[in-house]
Design a protein around this ligand. Structure first.
Ligand SMILES: [Zn+2]
Length: 295
């Protein structure tokens, strides 16, 4: 049976799943991303993890597809930048894994893989132009035209997490100041929870007036970024996903109100549809299916 292993690399966990005959079989293993960050050689670490997974699942894959949180080089083989997993930078990801595993290795931006999955089998199915924002450890953006990611000149286009948003001088993981990710992403939510001595899950329900103000500013920053992207690209569909909007307490109505208030009238306000992602981490598997269908 034709098999392909898929890894969805997030800032918190590396999820391993696979396809059988180009259909998702499921995701069956999760490793802490911290173990990869600490690995002396990330390629050796990943190769060993793939071998263990294929043995456990009794697979003989011919392809490995990885959604990587990186700014790829033009050829999609290495990371020019990967601030959430620094030791991937300068590592020969594609060539190194192909040499160690004897498989065809396909790298894709993690966000592109998720949005491709939603386009192929989820909330963006059938949409022509789709702009997606995923909010997890970081914030990622992707623009798909009929299922083809817009890559820009360098391969890393739609860096929604790194558009400037306030002028308070906060330093971002990428080294710049005042990026969206310096104010509104998983990192900053954890920092907020620590500062107000509460749980991340409770942040959006807190009574504390200052925390309420800060959590609303968090939602506003994300909505501003998404409205900016939609005003620029005017797609058929705006899609928002990732672990943070999927939190039970995330104020979806507030997000959508701010988002629609800042769309240009009458277009794209009246022409863009809106959807929340619906596949969760399974989106990476469906994204891998879409990539395989394209060859
Ligand atoms: Zn940044």
């Amino acid at each position: 049976m034709k098999a392909a292993v898929v890894i969805d690399m997030g800032g918190t966990s590396l999820k391993f799943g696979h396809l059988l005959n180009e259909k998702p079989a499921g995701m069956f293993q999760s490793l802490a991303t911290e173990a990869l960050r600490r690995a002396r050689d990330p390629i050796v670490f990943l190769a060993e993890a793939v071998k263990t997974y294929t043995e456990q699942q009794r697979l003989e894959p011919d392809t490995l597809i990885i959604g990587v949180p990186f700014t790829p080089d033009r050829e999609m083989t290495t990371a020019l930048s990967s601030p959430n997993i620094r030791n991937l930078e300068a590592a020969p990801i594609k060539q190194g894994l192909e040499a160690k595993l004897g498989l065809r290795v396909v790298l894709e931006r993690d966000i592109n893989l998720l949005l491709l999955g939603e386009w192929y089998a989820g909330a963006a199915r059938g949409a022509g132009d789709v702009l997606g924002m995923f909010v997890g450890t970081g914030v990622g953006g992707c623009f798909l035209q009929q299922g083809v990611p817009f890559r820009g000149a360098s391969g890393g286009a739609i860096e929604l997490g790194h558009i400037p948003i306030r002028a308070e001088g906060r330093v971002c993981v990428c080294g710049n100041v005042d990026c969206l990710e310096a104010y509104a992403c998983g990192h900053t939510l954890v920092a907020l929870a620590e500062r107000y001595d509460t749980e991340v899950a409770q942040i959006f329900e807190a009574d504390h007036p200052l925390l309420k103000q800060e959590s609303e500013a968090f939602v506003r920053d994300l909505a501003y970024a998404m409205a900016t992207a939609i005003n620029l690209f005017q797609p058929d569909l705006a899609l928002v996903g990732g672990g943070i909007p999927a939190m039970r307490s995330f104020p979806k109505a507030l997000f959508k109100n701010i988002f629609y208030d800042h769309l240009r009238k009458p277009v794209p306000e009246t022409t863009v549809a809106f959807s929340w992602a619906e596949l969760g981490s399974e989106a990476a598997l469906w994204g891998a299916v879409a990539l395989q269908k394209k060859g």
